[in-house]
Write a protein that binds this ligand. Sequence first.
Ligand code: 1GP
Length: 230
Amino acid sequence: MDFKTWQHVFKLDPAKEITDGHLERICKSGTDAILIGGSDNVTLDNVLHLTERVQHYQLPIVLEISTIDSVAPGFDYYFIPTVLNSDNLLWVKGLHHKAIREYGEILDWDELVPEGYCILNADCKAAKLTDAQTDLTTEDVLAYARLAEYFFRLPIFYMEYSGMFGDMELVEKVKRVLVETRLFYGGGIHSVDTARKALAFADTIVVGNIIYENIDKAIETVEAVAETAG
Ligand code: 1GP
């Protein structure tokens, strides 16, 4: 199992309700992995509860860490965002420093995967929470991508449009400047068509909200992967 081969990931929010039936459909959909993460009301309790339910299925499970208090053992990977377009150092390296100060001795560094986030939707919760500077030109975004690839050597550059479908021309341009760093795209994928468009340029697409709004449409997004592979 290697996250570098994943093309499609469902992001489940531990603060949101999902029925057993819907969870089963998500986990048996053919997606490559389940990512557990959210922006608010993420607690150790709801993370553990959701994780336990997902563990019934033979799928890689990732915890995307948003608060130190809700970190639990037993995941295949821990994705750790560093928000490249935030001027608030807490979200760039402050929380990371705090966590390493506390758990540095016992961490399994091979399980930790840093993600260079570039948050591009000013209205999303993550942008507000992290004071992200979302008013960016193409050159700004390309520079963040190169910063991730060549300066910080991050394994993932994550274009985060959470809640809206992003600028695919920009996604294409970013993909062209990345070599080793994987391009993750998330935001507003709510059909096979939007999944297909994003997957034309991104290495990995992340599908979130639609799971809770229209389960059939969410499941349909996985079809885009089969098409690319074929
Ligand atoms: C959120 O990038 C993910 O962190 C997915 O976005 O919820 O808009 O699908 P959506």
